[in-house]
Design a protein around this ligand. Structure first.
Ligand code: FES
Length: 115
């Protein structure tokens, strides 16, 4: 298993970009729960964030793509509005171990790095 980030580093209601070996991911914490996705919009495959670590709309209620404004549920990553409506962000399976977000090494072989 690979340790990505301490869950405590993600403040409630915020998001955090994570890069590992040129693989780009992001995590969101909502209601004390962590959600982890590839940083790739299902519309055109671009990174989502507006600025470093900013993946959420102003209310912190939804994930928003900075390219064309698609809105995604934090839980599940379903696109609610925008050009990829009905598609999903790709979630990354993980476990929490002693407060650390951990992924399988094989996860980094499944999805190619974002250009
Ligand atoms: S690339 Fe994300 S909405 Fe178009």
């Amino acid at each position: 298993m690979i340790s990505l980030i301490s869950a405590d580093e993600i403040k409630e209601g915020t998001s955090k970009g994570i890069e590992l070996n040129n693989f780009y991911m992001f995590a969101v914490k909502k209601d004390a729960e962590v959600f982890l996705y590839w940083n790739r919009c299902p519309h055109l495959g671009t990174p989502l964030e507006w600025e470093e670590d900013r993946f959420l709309d102003p209310e912190g209620a939804l994930i928003i793509c900075s390219t064309h404004g698609a809105l995604f549920e934090i839980e599940g990553g379903r696109c609610l509005a925008g050009p990829c409506k009905g598609k999903h962000l790709q979630a990354i399976p993980f476990v929490l171990d002693n407060g650390m977000v951990m992924i399988e090494e094989s996860t980094l072989r499944v999805s190619p790095p974002l250009q």
